[in-house]
Write a protein that binds this ligand. Structure first.
Ligand SMILES: [Fe+2]
Ligand SMILES: [Fe+2]
Length: 237
């Protein structure tokens, strides 16, 4: 091929250049496949850790996978960079990893929690952040674990953060988590359908109120809520 495009004979020098190009290309290919293997192993470990955190919890099926997809959808619609979208899709899975420290009698309690039980339950974001730690690859996961129960109006926990004090990943996760929790049967409530869930998130029901959510995240939800229903259907069970 090279010889055909050349207007002179291929020399030994040309051949050595081509050889070194081939060697470099093969080297780059092997590095690329090693990187993709490492990324696969990282994603696998994240899934395993996320599943572990569900061991004591009630059966929430594919909840962790669905919230990752809702978060990625919202982040994309909010115009976040592709890297943010990919990171939240994976790292949102570990939002409740701190529940591993909460007794299963509390997690699976069919009735209302007592004040004391509530206090314990509200510790799971701090536990989660501690488990995930400070590694730079897990920055967003730690952020989400710590802030996914904070509310835009400042009424959430554990630190009663308000507005933009809450990282965007936590604001996105909060809405995604609530949509999915409302859609599913939980020990303390029946499952709701998509229109009823949207009604509660968009208009409020006294317990969940629109003021709990970042207005921009809420607007993105409103506009794309049919895609939430599609994700739920695709990943239910
Ligand atoms: Fe949580
Ligand atoms: Fe959750």
């Amino acid at each position: 091929m090279v010889a055909a495009n050349y207007d002179r004979e291929v020399t030994g020098y040309d051949a050595s250049i081509i050889e070194s190009l081939v060697t470099q290309t093969l080297f780059m290919k092997s590095i690329a496949s090693q990187i993709s293997e490492t990324e696969d192993a990282f994603a696998y470990t994240v899934h395993a850790l996320a599943r572990t955190s569900e061991a004591n919890d009630e059966d929430t099926g594919n909840h962790i996978l669905r919230v990752g997809e809702y978060c990625a959808l919202l982040a994309d619609k909010l115009g976040c960079p592709d890297k943010f979208v990919a990171t939240i899709r994976l790292q949102a899975l570990m939002h409740d990893v701190g529940k591993i420290h909460i007794h299963h009698d509390i997690l699976k309690k069919p009735g209302k929690l007592t004040k004391e039980e509530f206090i314990q339950m509200r510790e799971h974001p701090d536990y989660g952040a501690k488990i995930l730690g400070a590694h730079q690859r897990l920055t967003m996961a730690t952020e989400i674990a710590l802030t996914h129960h904070e509310r835009w109006d400042g009424g959430g926990y554990p630190n009663r953060l308000k507005g933009e004090q809450i990282p965007l990943s936590g604001r996105i996760m909060n809405l995604a988590d609530q949509y999915d929790a409302l859609r599913n049967v939980r020990v303390y409530k029946p499952a709701l359908d998509h229109p009823a869930t949207c009604g509660i998130i968009i208009e409020g029901d006294g317990r969940t109120m629109p003021g709990h959510f970042d207005p921009q995240v809420l607007a993105a939800f409103k506009e794309n809520r049919q895609e939430f229903a599609a994700i739920y259907e695709r990943l239910k069970g």
